[in-house]
Design a protein around this ligand. Structure first.
Ligand SMILES: Nc1nc2c(c(=O)[nH]1)N=C([C@H](O)[C@H](O)COP(=O)(O)OP(=O)(O)OP(=O)(O)O)CN2
Ligand SMILES: [Zn+2]
Length: 134
């Protein structure tokens, strides 16, 4: 894999882990930190440039930092989007799936993106994080 695109960002959101017997079972918030790592065998065009010079546009990987009213996860109540089980494990899987969807939507015709490998890391607190890849 000759290229690895990496970007990090944060978003602030509230959640409850429904049924959790402890403080996380009460409404509270986190500044979540996200690291996106996308490996690729080749360079591609993006929505903003027609020449094949990018693994993917950084903008495609950073959608979740947008305000929830603009399609991101910032200032969201995560339970409204994901249901009762808003653990780091569930949120990071959601980030992975939605990001891959966006990457695929931006692929040129005839490109199945089979060389792309995405890994997402989500910090719920500065000390605790969860990684997800397939
Ligand atoms: N495997 C998981 N365990 C816990 C999760 C989770 O998503 N996956 N989430 C929580 C809570 O949401 C909590 O807000 C975060 O927990 P924790 O790391 O314990 O945070 P604290 O900073 O409050 O930790 P202390 O060291 O106890 O102060 C819990 N577990
Ligand atoms: Zn929490």
């Amino acid at each position: 894999m000759p290229w690895k695109l990496v970007t990090e960002f944060t978003f602030d959101s509230a959640h409850v882990i429904v049924g959790y017997d402890g403080p996380c079972g009460r409404l509270h918030g986190h500044t979540y930190r996200v690291k996106m790592e996308l490996q690729s065998e080749k360079l591609r065009p993006s929505a903003h440039v027609k020449r094949g010079i990018m693994v993917a546009d950084f903008k495609t990987l950073k959608w979740a930092k947008k305000d929830v009213e603009k399609g991101g996860l910032d200032h969201a109540y995560l339970n409204d989007l994901l249901g009762d089980d808003t653990t780091a494990e569930v949120i990071v899987q959601h980030l992975y799936r939605k990001t891959l969807e966006r990457i695929r939507e931006n692929l040129p015709e005839g490109d199945d993106g089979s060389d792309l490998k995405l890994k997402v890391t989500l910090w719920e607190t500065p000390e605790s994080y969860c990684e997800y890849w397939e």
